[in-house]
Design a protein around this ligand. Structure first.
Ligand code: FE2
Length: 206
């Protein structure tokens, strides 16, 4: 019997590694350093993201939940951008790692001056394999956009909370700060746990 390959293995391995990590420490520097290694391994493989979680929408960028830790210690989200899509200037309020999977994203950096986010004038472009870190202690405000005009951009994010349910902040065009809760654009998460094919293979088939 020809079994389907286990395409979810990289994401499942990442979820397991992050679960072990948040179980082992609450220290942000360690979470970011070790999480970066796990995320690098995940985005080195471009074959695991299901199509339903990689679909762009015309009106705005999409945020698809891939996994949320049952204790909400971390969440994993795919962000999908068409050309022209960009976020508002925003913060996260928790630690986060952003890994570029496909295409490229531009990050415009902001700094807090007297408690208000101000453009630092610095920006950088993320290419596949690149990883950014954010948090209130290392720098939490930025604006992200698709850096290319001819293709979809996809990045994989891991945050130290159920990020779609976190009260965060955005800056409007007039410079006023507003609270927001992002939510998610997906109603389901991928089924990482149907490992029957690997088990059947080990058992010699049935
Ligand atoms: Fe962000």
């Amino acid at each position: 019997m020809n079994e389907a390959p286990d395409t979810f293995a990289p994401l499942r391995d990442f979820v397991r590694a992050m679960t072990a990590l948040v179980e082992s420490t609450r220290e942000e520097a360690t979470l970011l350093a070790e999480g970066r290694g796990h995320l690098a391994a995940l985005i080195a493989d471009d074959g695991w993201l299901p199509e339903a979680f990689a679909v762009p929408a015309p009106a705005r960028y999409m945020q698809y939940l891939l996994h949320c830790d049952p204790l909400e210690r971390f969440s994993v989200v795919s962000f999908v951008w068409q050309p022209g899509h960009r976020t508002p200037v925003h913060d996260h309020t928790v630690w986060g790692l952003v890994g570029q999977l496909r295409g490229a994203e531009r990050c415009d950096e902001y700094a807090l001056v007297d408690g208000r986010p101000v453009a630092s004038g610095a920006s950088h472009v993320m290419k596949p394999g690149d990883i950014d870190a954010v948090s209130p202690t290392i720098g939490d405000w930025h604006r992200v956009s698709n850096a290319l005009t001819d293709r979809t951009a996809i990045s994989i994010h891991v945050y130290g909370a159920n990020i779609g349910a976190v009260r965060r902040h955005r800056l409007d065009d007039a410079g006023a700060v507003h609270e927001f809760v992002s939510g998610y654009d997906s109603a389901v998460v991928p089924n990482l746990w149907d490992r029957a094919s690997a088990v059947r293979t080990r058992a010699g088939g049935c």
